[in-house]
Design a protein around this ligand. Structure first.
Ligand code: NJP
Length: 233
């Protein structure tokens, strides 16, 4: 309630669902992504339900833009309670068939974007000696598979990043968590998700539970998969 929450990758999928849920629960949500129009639509949607989503167009790989946005938020609200690093993407295929552009895009958004948002938010959390960073990784950050050469590498990297961050921030009363979902029904990747794949709202539910956990509790990691109906097993 009343928390200032920053969510990246907010224009679609899991990010959008998290924005709506956190806003419904009374948070002030800064919705961060590049598609300005989609963010404004999202803010309008929340408004009709009495929620407060602030459209915050920003490319998370653009260092200056990230710094500018975070300074502006701190000027406006004087605090940041939760950062959810969710922006991410995947290209799949044998390593020798991945293009350099695909590789760079995954490393830039899935890793550098998380680094930049974290780097510029943490000093404010340290000042407050409170806060929570939640990273959206993947089951692909816990097990590898053929075709995941770039994506798994980026998400395994994100797991290492999360681990280090957890240790660095623990003495300062700042929580760090990571969610590793299996397949989710979003615009992500090649799509054609199975009908039983996780819903973005289900991932949002877990993120909210993490953020709303009692003061003395850190939910470090949740690996979540859909229940697979018998006929598909
Ligand atoms: O993907 P999608 P999901 N700067 O494509 C934004 C992980 N995950 O919700 O900038 C700022 O619907 C983009 O916005 P825009 C996955 O790895 C997924 O499924 O306007 N934002 C959009 O809002 C990722 O980390 C599955 O184009 C940037 C959002 O990111 C997270 O879940 C399974 C950006 C992507 O929305 C959310 O993915 C799994 C940038 N430079 C993990 N580039 C799954 N769906 O199956 C992109 O295990 N965005």
């Amino acid at each position: 309630h009343n928390k200032v929450v920053l969510i990246t990758g907010a224009s679609k999928g899991i990010g959008q669902a998290m924005c709506l849920l956190f806003a419904e629960k009374g948070a002030t949500v800064y919705a961060i992504a590049r598609s300005e129009e989609l963010l404004h639509k999202l803010a309008e949607k929340a408004k009709t339900k009495g929620g407060n989503i602030i459209a915050s167009p920003c490319d998370v790989t653009d260092s200056e833009a990230v710094q500018r946005l975070i300074s502006q938020i701190v000027r406006e609200k004087e605090r940041i309670d939760v950062l959810i690093n969710n922006a991410g993407l995947g290209h799949f295929g044998p390593i020798h068939e991945l293009t350099e552009t695909q590789w760079d895009e995954m490393m830039n958004v899935n890793l550098k974007g998380v680094f930049l948002c974290t780097k510029y938010v943490v000093p404010h959390l340290l000042k407050q000696q409170s806060g929570h960073i939640i990273n959206i990784s993947s089951v692909a950050g816990t097990v590898t598979f053929p075709g995941g050469g770039g994506y798994c590498t980026s998400k395994f990297g994100l797991m290492a990043f999360t681990d280090v961050l957890t240790q660095e921030l623990k003495p300062h009363n700042i929580k760090v968590s990571v969610i590793c979902p299996g397949s989710v029904q979003t615009y992500f990747g090649q799509s054609d998700p199975k009908s039983y794949a996780l819903k973005p709202e289900e991932v949002a539910y877990i993120a909210y539970q993490m953020a709303a956990a009692p003061e003395g509790v850190i939910m470090n990691q949740v690996i979540m998969r859909p229940v697979v109906p018998k006929e598909y097993q």
